[in-house]
Design a protein. Structure first.
Length: 587
């Protein structure tokens, strides 16, 4: 009979098997514990190292880590984030005559002949100077043959098989917009430091490892910048001018939306010869492309000063009746005859003076106001100092110190006897139209509430009256060619002879149009200046600002207005009803 164990009976295992299982389990636990201990020790060492880097070596180690992760130079953008300057890796072509020798001496530097190699390099780089490179290779003098080489061109150089033609990889500065806004940006020199423009101003910040991962936003709007440069270039070429300058300024904040100086330069391809002029060129009046006409060159800006003179007279109480008439016939001031280009009648009031641009009536207004009063207003407008802006190149005005004589006051009143930059004029016009507050110009983008308080120069009532008068000039006077339909442009022309040896040169003019828009609620000032324009078919053979500078503004405002939030509206305008009866027949 077969016997069976009870259903719940436990059959005991041998003692040897139990001990083996316990040992295996213990060994496994010890191994896990060992792994955990090792991990904890490694983590502790890492934490201690990080703490040491942060406390004991805060400078060099942290900077070394940053240098590996960050670009070598910070990025610059426009106010809307459009990249204007950024760093990128690039190749350079370097001649090392010791590359084929051992220990730096002995052995030929090249396999082929210098002339043949230079010609082969010319096949890769069509603009390369074969003679110059041949002489360099033959002399055995080390140095750069070319900077900023594309990867595909670097591969073609390698295929030549010349070990002496080395291709080091370097960090380069690139300007995606080419020559646009070149005078604002400047460029980076071979030593890695900024030159001329905001690259120089921001050099320390852009190189700082703690900040170069943050782009710097300028006040420039590249849409407005492109339109300004395009219209300036078109206008300059059409009248064969030697140069041009322009600026678009926010009247309430002082932000520069566009700034252009022509001729320009390309910051992507800068040689020292491109940005400087020889003494002979300087003596002939030739300006280097890197020279900024907006901020660094001072000019007598002519009749664009007349509205400022009228504003000072109204504000000081010298003009209480805008319809009062003044003699318009030539008269003598300290031995000088004050006269107009044309006969505008025997008498004119202040609005008619601005429409016809009368020097004679401006002189009478200054005489009654007083030269010292006009001088004080010019001081308040910053005309006696370098222009306020971040750029390093800022021209000092030609300004007579001390008390002004009667003749000095009269001539300054109509824009002679004082030389300032176009930026001076832009800031002064902004104060005249924005309610009377002068603010410094800036190339930094400002956030809400960041605009400087500025200083009051004119009463708000004076500013309101000047807005009417500036609009009136564009409707009835010399600014008609700037009157863009629907944009309510106001402004004043100025055509001044350039001074030279022995007096003013009648054959050379500086033509300027100073404008603001929209005049029912001014938001932007626009200054356009042409240096030595000629009478051509495009200007009806006229050289004055009404025929060359004003039309530039007339084309520019419709292009930039909608981009800057100002749209044409034929049903809106500033009220001129109280001025129309004063100006008579304006046809």
């Amino acid at each position: 009979m077969t016997s069976f164990a009870a259903p719940h009976t436990i059959i005991p295992r041998p003692a040897g098997q139990i001990d083996h299982r316990r040992r295996s389990l213990l060994i496994a636990r010890l191994r896990i514990l060992l792994v955990v201990v090792v991990f904890v020790l490694v983590a502790a060492v890492a934490l201690l190292k990080l703490a040491y880097i942060g406390v004991a070596e805060p400078g060099s180690a942290r900077q070394s880590m940053a240098d590996q992760l960050l670009p070598p130079r910070g990025e610059i953008t426009d106010r809307n984030g459009v990249p204007l300057a950024r760093a990128f890796p690039a190749y350079a072509l370097w001649f090392n005559p010791d590359a084929m020798s051992e220990g730096g001496d002995g052995g030929p530097p090249l396999i082929g002949e210098p002339g043949e190699i230079a010609q082969q390099l010319r096949d890769i780089f069509p603009d390369l100077d074969v003679q110059e490179v041949t002489e360099m290779l033959a002399s055995g003098e080390r140095g750069y043959i070319r900077r900023r080489i594309l990867p595909e061109d670097a591969n073609r150089v390698r295929a030549l098989g010349e070990l002496a033609l080395e291709l080091p990889q370097e960090e380069d500065r690139h300007y995606p917009q080419g020559s646009m806004a070149a005078h604002v940006l400047g460029y980076v020199g071979a030593d890695g430091h900024g030159r001329v423009g905001m690259e120089e101003v921001l050099d320390e910040q852009l190189l700082d490892p703690a900040r170069r991962d943050q782009s710097v936003a300028l006040s420039i709007d590249m849409r407005a910048q492109g339109a300004l440069e395009d219209e300036l270039r078109r206008g300059m070429l059409s009248v064969n001018a030697v140069g041009a300058a322009g600026i678009v300024l926010d009247v309430d904040t002082g932000e520069v939306l566009a700034l252009a100086s022509l001729p320009e330069f390309d910051p992507n391809d800068v040689q020292s010869s491109d940005v400087r002029v020889t003494q002979e060129q300087h003596d002939r009046g030739i300006t280097a492309p890197a020279f900024n006409r907006v901020t660094n060159q001072v000019y007598e800006l002519g009749s664009t000063f007349k509205p400022l003179t009228v504003a000072a007279a109204i504000d000081s109480g010298s003009i209480t009746n805008i319809g009062r008439r003044y003699s318009a016939t030539p008269y003598q001031v300290q031995g000088a005859t004050i006269r107009d280009l044309s006969n505008y009648g025997t008498t004119l009031n202040a609005p008619e003076m601005l429409i016809h641009s009368s020097n004679v009536v401006t002189g009478h207004i200054v005489d009654e106001m007083g030269a010292d009063t006009l001088r004080q207003y010019m001081v308040e407008l910053g005309m006696n100092e370098r222009p306020y802006i971040e750029l390093p190149a800022r021209g000092f005005p030609l300004w007579q110190s001390g008390e002004w004589s009667r003749i000095r006051g009269v001539t300054v009143g109509y824009g002679h006897g004082i030389a300032v930059t176009p930026l001076h004029l832009a800031s002064a016009y902004a104060a005249m139209v924005n309610g009377g507050i002068w603010r410094p110009a800036t190339l930094h983008r400002l956030g809400p509430g960041e605009a400087p308080r500025g200083r009051r120069v004119f009463k708000a009532s004076t500013s309101a009256r000047m807005n009417q008068l500036l609009r009136m000039i564009a409707v009835y006077g010399t600014g008609r060619n700037a009157d863009a339909p629907g944009f309510r442009v106001g402004g004043k022309t100025g055509s001044a002879e350039k001074p030279g040896a022995g007096g003013y040169r009648q054959t050379t003019l500086v033509s300027t149009f100073a404008a603001a828009f929209p005049m029912d609620d001014p938001r932007y000032v626009v200054i356009v200046m042409l240096d030595e324009p000629q009478g051509t078919v495009a200007s009806s053979y006229q050289r004055t600002a009404a025929w060359n500078a004003a039309p530039i503004v007339g084309r520019l405002v419709p292009r930039i207005g909608p981009q800057l939030g100002v749209y044409p509206d034929a049903d809106r305008d500033i009220d001129l009803s109280d001025l129309r009866p004063l100006v008579g027949d304006t046809d």
